[in-house]
Design a protein around this ligand. Structure first.
Ligand code: HEC
Length: 116
């Protein structure tokens, strides 16, 4: 059978359509309720209920205030990396083995809803 351009495009479309739900490629819309749950379970103890960094005070350098301009001026990609990889020589751990990429996206989206 001759493979035409139509076949290739159609194959790509069907492939993407099939892959989308399984690979979680629909993640454009963050799941805020899930982000909130992740935050409560893993982050709140240090970062505090409103992200002000007032959950745990014994660390040096101190826990970041997630509503501060210092944090918010960083692009999302940088903050995702901080959550993913942690921050070297601080109490901020890497979360990539505990949390899926989707959960990390959701928790970042939730953090960005805190009143500033
Ligand atoms: C053990 C305490 C602790 C826990 C738990 C914790 N953090 Fe942090 N976090 C810190 C500290 C300390 C810093 C400041 C790091 C620094 O000075 O660079 C920080 C910084 C951050 C920053 C700012 C990073 C940057 O690039 O400036 C973000 C975003 C963040 N944490 C998100 C989270 C999320 C999301 C969770 C839960 C999945 C979490 N943290 C859990 C202690 C914690």
């Amino acid at each position: 059978m001759m493979i035409t351009r139509v076949h290739v495009i159609c194959g790509l479309l069907v492939g993407c359509w099939l892959a989308t739900p399984t690979l979680g490629l629909t993640a454009s819309e963050p799941n805020l309720p899930r982000g909130k749950k992740v935050y409560a379970k893993y982050c709140l103890a240090c970062h505090g209920p409103q992200g002000r960094g007032d959950g745990a005070t014994q660390f040096d350098p101190p826990v970041a205030d997630l509503t501060s301009s210092e944090v918010l001026m960083k692009p999302d990609s940088r903050l995702l990396k901080s959550i993913h990889e942690g921050r070297p020589n601080t109490a901020m751990d890497a979360w990539k083995s505990a949390l899926s990429d989707e959960a990390i996206h959701d928790v970042l989206a939730y953090i960005l809803t805190f009143p500033r």
